[in-house]
Design a protein around this ligand. Structure first.
Ligand SMILES: C[C@H]1O[C@H](O[C@H]2[C@H](O)[C@@H](O)[C@@H](O[C@H]3[C@H](O)[C@@H](O)[C@@H](O[C@H]4[C@H](O)[C@@H](O)[C@@H](O)O[C@@H]4CO)O[C@@H]3CO)O[C@@H]2CO)[C@H](O)[C@H](O)[C@@H]1N[C@H]1C[C@@H](CO)[C@H](O)[C@@H](O)[C@@H]1O
Length: 410
């Protein structure tokens, strides 16, 4: 890859910047954040970078989350059309790094005060002993609930699957509404149920596929029963839209979701008084309680022609000030410890709720294949919820797919 010589100074061989003068040129940034809610704030912060560096022009490109991973891989592979900076989801980062598409950031201006980052947020940015991204947001999941519906039904947030079912039954009796919207087209929304039965997708330490063990079968049975019993409603497609509309319109009393859903939720008629939005921990299963860890990093494309400005942009967008603003305006979780004591983060009930949740969230193995575990799981999960397959068959089919993906794993 040709190392870029910026307009004012050149990068030395290591990619570190020796340019003494002002940064200049363009930085194209692919942002995957939700359009209409999150994107506005990230754009605003990026404009602050341009004010600080008047000779740099940030080209903001909004790329849907569902398209960005493949779009970036295709562009990087073709060597044309890739952005300078990409918002790289935690599972994409090890894969992009493994493919050589990301610039190592150690020793560059992108990485400042590394010790300030939460260790579980840093984990997905490290690959083969190098740092390939900077953590921007970290997240996990909880039960979002409609306090008015809960009051009308005389119920409290459910702490277990059994309580989830009894609470849903009371809500149905008293208000006619369905208790839970369970997203059916994205198996990330299955993980808290899998962890609740003591299961997991894989055991990376033992290089063992575990999604098809007894706990995995049981977990598929739990979510199937939630739908079959009427405690939850689901859809095989357009899950995000249907879940958000149902909850925002008060058609369901609960959804399991994460901080990235808050800004959009608060635009719903049921939550014009944001005090009506309650949030609680995901229900425990028969073996325990756990929610998944997700989030997003900012990474620099290895073939960027403007590494210096890209490093500076990544540093700026993940700074304490930027993270505090994002916590205040979007209720997203900082990845810097120091950001949690900033007033905007302290004042956010959502951030304060999720802080201990992300500290105990279940981490996935940050290996290049981690992101690829969801496509086969999505198929089986959706088919279980729509009655097209059984928990036993779904677990087995998923396990078989994983053993094809993870060469040599048991
Ligand atoms: C299937 C996909 O499986 C995995 O994704 C996992 C992911 O690894 C999990 O961590 C989890 O992500 C959380 C996330 O952590 C959490 O923050 C939130 O993100 C918010 C943002 O916060 C919000 O700002 C906004 O952006 O919107 C975001 C989304 O709401 O919610 C996410 C969960 O939705 O769950 C993902 C699964 O969804 C793979 O990584 C691929 O993405 C794969 N898709 C490709 C697979 C290709 C081959 O089939 C196919 O050809 C391609 O077309 C498909 O693109």
């Amino acid at each position: 890859l040709a190392l870029a010589a910026t307009a004012c100074g050149s990068d030395d061989e290591s990619g570190g910047s020796k340019s003494s003068g002002e940064l200049s040129g363009t930085v194209t940034w692919w942002d995957t954040s939700n359009v209409g809610s999150e994107d506005k704030v990230f754009k605003k912060i990026a404009e602050g970078f341009e004010k600080k560096h008047p000779k740099v022009d940030v080209k903001y490109v909004s790329v849907p989350f569902g398209d960005a991973q493949n779009k970036f891989k295709n562009a990087a592979q073709a060597g044309s059309g890739a952005p300078d900076v990409i918002r790289s989801e935690v599972a994409w980062t090890p894969e992009f790094a493994d493919l050589g598409y990301l610039a190592p950031l150690d020793g560059t201006a992108a990485l400042k005060n590394q010790d300030d980052f939460l260790k579980q947020a840093v984990a997905s940015t490290k690959y083969d002993g190098k740092t390939y991204a900077v953590p921007q947001v970290i997240d996990s999941m909880g039960i979002f609930y409609n306090k008015k519906l809960f009051k009308d039904a005389g119920v409290q947030p459910p702490a277990s699957i059994d309580e989830l079912k009894s609470v849903s039954e009371k809500i149905k009796d008293k208000t006619g509404k369905t208790g839970l919207y369970l997203r059916g087209d994205d198996s990330y929304y299955f993980l808290s149920f899998l962890y609740g039965e003591g299961g997991d997708l894989v055991d990376a330490a033992d290089k063992k596929v575990t999604v098809d063990n007894a706990a995995g079968v049981k977990a598929f049975g739990v979510v199937k029963d939630l739908v079959d019993s009427g405690a939850a409603k689901t859809d095989a497609t357009d899950g995000w839209e249907n879940m958000m509309q149902s909850f925002k319109n008060g058609d369901v009393a609960m959804m399991i979701n994460g901080p990235w859903a808050v800004a959009d939720t608060l635009t719903g008629k049921e939550f014009s008084d944001k005090g009506n939005l309650g949030i609680s921990t995901v229900p425990a299963g028969s073996a325990g309680q756990g929610a998944p860890q997700g989030g997003h990093n900012l990474a620099v494309y290895a073939g960027s022609k403007n590494l210096d400005a890209s490093y500076a942009f990544v540093d700026y967008m993940t700074s304490v000030e930027a993270q505090a603003q994002v916590a205040g305006e979007l209720n997203l979780l900082p990845t810097r410890t120091s950001a949690y004591s900033k007033q905007q983060a302290v004042d956010s009930e959502i951030v304060q709720f999720f802080k201990p949740v992300v500290e105990t969230a279940v981490e996935r193995p940050w290996i290049p294949e981690t992101g690829s575990l969801f496509a086969p799981l999505n198929t089986e999960y959706t088919n279980v919820l729509t009655g097209q397959t059984t928990p036993e068959k779904a677990a087995k089919a998923t396990g078989d797919s994983y053993r094809k993906l993870l060469k040599g794993w048991k």
